[in-house]
Structures are given as C-alpha cells and as structure tokens.
Design a protein around this ligand. Structure first.
Ligand code: ZN
Length: 318
C-alpha cells in the first residue's frame, strides 16, 4: 500500500465515530483455513458448495457431516492471525456502538482472538456472525429448538478425520457413520449451526445490523477478504457509501472493486494491523500461537469461573 493512501486512511479512521468491518474468508486465509470457493471448490469428488445445502444433508447426512467434521478439525487446530487480534483490539478500544464487525466466517478464529460480545446479554454487539458457527450444533428438526456449543474434535468417534485429511481416499473414511443425535427429541440428527445455501439468515440479526447502519451514519466501512459477491455482506458497503461514508477494501486481489475509496491489496494479516495502528498501537500475536480449540476452551473455563465467583458473591449477600 502506498504511504499517502495509508495516511489518508489513518486520518479517516481517527475521525470516524462509527466504523463497520465486513469480513470474509480472506481474513482467515493466512491461518490456513481452506475456503472451498476458489479453483472449482472441490472437496474430494464433490462440489463443496453443493454439500453446504439442506438438500445434501437430507440426502446424505453422513457425507455432509464428514465434510463438516474436516472443516471443524481444520479450524479448531488453526490459530488466529494478526488481523484477528487487531480487529479484536479495535473492538476493545471502540466498544459498541462505535465499531461493529460482520463476519461471514464460521471458523471461530475471531472469537479465539478475543473478539467477542461481552457481556452476552448486552443487546449492543461487537460482532455478528452472518453465517453462524461451526461450533453451534443444533437439531436438524425444525420444531426442536435444541442447540449447544460444541468444540469436541471429532464430535462423535466415527467422524474422526482420517490422517490423509483433505485429499485422502473417501473409502478410508468409514461409510458406516454413526452421526451425532439430538439428546432432546432423541429422533433428530444434529447439524452444524451454519447457514447453508438456500437458507435464510437470522432475521433478528439482520434487523440489528440494519438498525446499526441506519441509526447514525457509519463513517468508515472496511471490507476484508471477501469477494464482495455474497449478499447481504456485499450490500452493506454500498449502503455505507450511499449514506456518505467511506469504504476501504483489503483483499489479496483488488481487481474488480467498484467505488471504494481505498484499495489495499495483499494479505489481511499483514495489512490490517498497520491500518488500525493509530488506534490499537502495535499488535502482538501470542508467540506460542494458541489454537482455536485451546483459546475457546480457556474462554469457556474463565466464564465458568466467573459464574462460580458470582454465585459465591450472591450467597454471601443473602
Ligand atoms: Zn431435537
């Protein structure tokens, strides 16, 4: 990126009262998360996009679960990169409603970097998960409301990812797959809590996002690592622009980009920390590079300890 571009971006960043980030797969690319979108998007002999549908799950839940078991395994064993940590720090320095992140990613890397909504009961969010999460599994039966947070890898023993991983022979993965079942209704299968093609995004979430953008104008929208072709994410930058805000695009390939005010071409993990530095300072990635699984386990434990401490306080006061 050029120096003058970066300094004009820094000026806009420091003056912005409300900032919106829209994140896609490119944010997690340097953490090694496969997107299955480029290069034909194939997983083994299947089109990955066709596996991410309710129809595919109805037809062959075992195959779809194998695909998701692999994605969960890949994501849980990866580590957040400097861009995840930088955005998490910006969320701390600019709490809601000053900064909102919308992410299309379901990999848990942002949460692992500490980019979380806190406290959970607060209606004002720091981050919204447009396409759900690999770790919020729920019952596939629409009338059953069961769901849980689950980072076990594998989720059931028969979904253990074979050592050949991505490209291995499908036959080496047992076809007699015992799938995770709903403990509540006892009849439904559990499914990953992600939004599949052909499914609708959470309407309450969409309403919150709309309100955020319309309540007060967003001064600056940073679009990170997304091809900008998947709606509604693609539409938010246009909305900000239409209301007089500025748009910066950060992507590995910025060739087709409409009316952005800044184009920063390259790896988000390198560019985002530099772009946000006037607010967040120098960002430090933990040298031991903890994995998503380690980070989320630690956070869950801390939450439990906090709840236990709060319970002690409540008892003391009674
Ligand atoms: Zn159920």
């Amino acid at each position: 990126m050029s120096k003058s571009d970066l300094s004009s971006f820094h000026e806009a960043l420091l003056n912005a009262k409300r900032i919106l980030a829209v994140c896609g797969a490119g944010l997690s690319a340097s953490s090694g998360i496969p997107t299955f979108r480029g290069a034909g998007g194939m997983w083994r002999k299947h089109n990955a996009l066709e596996l991410a549908t309710p129809e595919a799950f109805r037809k062959d839940p075992g195959l779809v679960w194998q695909f998701y078991s692999l994605r969960r395994h890949k994501a849980l064993t990866s580590s957040p990169n400097a861009a995840h940590y930088a955005l998490a720090e910006l969320a701390r320095k600019r709490p809601p409603p000053e900064f909102l992140t919308l992410t299309q990613n379901v990999d848990g890397l942002s949460e692992a970097a500490g980019h979380v909504n806190c406290p959970l009961s607060d209606p004002l969010k720091s981050i919204e998960y447009l396409h759900g999460s690999l770790y919020h599994v729920r019952c596939a039966r629409v009338w059953c409301r069961y769901s849980r947070f689950d980072i076990s890898d594998p989720i059931v023993p028969s979904l253990l990812v074979p050592s050949e991983g991505l490209d291995g022979d499908e036959a080496s993965w047992t076809s007699d797959v015992e799938l995770p079942r709903c403990p509540q209704c006892k009849t439904g299968l559990l499914r990953p809590g992600v939004v599949w093609f052909g499914e609708e995004l959470d309407s309450q979430m969409l309403k919150r996002i709309q309100q955020y953008i319309e309540r007060d104008p967003v001064d600056l929208c940073i679009v990170i690592g997304t091809s900008g072709t998947v709606y509604p994410a693609a539409g938010y930058a246009n909305l900000v622009k239409a209301q007089g805000g500025k748009v910066a695009i950060v992507d590995i390939d910025c060739s087709v980009r409409g009316n952005a005010d800044w184009l920063f071409e390259g790896d988000a993990a390198k560019l985002i920390p530099e772009m946000l530095e006037p607010i967040i300072g120098k960002i430090e990635v933990p040298p031991e590079r903890p994995t998503v699984k380690e980070c989320l386990e630690k956070q869950a434990k801390e939450k439990e300890e906090e709840a236990a401490a709060a319970a002690v306080v409540t008892r003391t006061w009674k």
